[in-house]
Design a protein around this ligand. Structure first.
Ligand code: RP5
Length: 165
């Protein structure tokens, strides 16, 4: 039987395999909403040519949103944004030495002209990047928008069911 290749709507890029334990939460969130996506390790400094090539081709491949996660001198999201007109969402990874403050500042503080939409450090940032990508995609996809609305509703109901000791 011929395999039907699904065109990814979202590219989840991370600077190192060591980012996967956190970034798998973006992967899981996108999967929960049945959003076609692909996850790749690409580094702004270890694989600069391949990162530029991948990002230059992303839009013509059908990708609509890019999530880029990196730690330390976290220039990956900015480099990705420099090679595409697609929206790029940056997720700063927690680093051993500075707890991700270095990653946050180097991702968020883009000079004017090439924007990166920066999320929070670590797990919350990974999950929120996926949810923000879903919100962007759902502007033109009513079924996805409805899933997002139901997710918010279930989240609210869960909070309201909480009891304190
Ligand atoms: C960055 O350096 C990666 O995004 C990762 O967060 C950090 C450390 O990478 P490894 O040394 O663990 O490969 O490029």
């Amino acid at each position: 039987m011929a395999m039907v290749e699904t065109v990814p709507w979202v590219a989840v890029i991370m600077g190192s395999k060591s980012d996967w334990e956190v970034m798998r939460q973006a992967d899981e969130t996108l999967a929960r909403f049945d959003v076609p996506h692909e996850c790749r390790v690409l580094s702004a400094h270890r694989t600069p040519a391949q990162t530029a090539e991948y990002m230059s081709q992303a839009e013509s491949r059908g990708i609509e949103v890019v999530i880029a996660a990196a730690g330390g001198a976290a220039h990956l999201a900015g480099v990705c944004a420099a090679h595409t007109l697609l929206p790029v969402l940056g997720v700063p990874m927690e680093s051993a030495s500075l707890k991700g403050l270095d990653s946050l500042l180097s991702t968020v503080q883009m000079p004017a002209g090439i924007p990166v939409g920066t999320l929070g450090i670590g797990s919350a940032g990974a999950r929120n990047a996926a949810l923000l990508a879903i919100a962007i995609l759902s502007a033109s996809r009513p079924a996805l928008r409805e899933k997002l609305r139901r997710f918010r509703q279930e989240q609210s109901e869960k909070v309201l069911r909480e009891t304190l000791p």
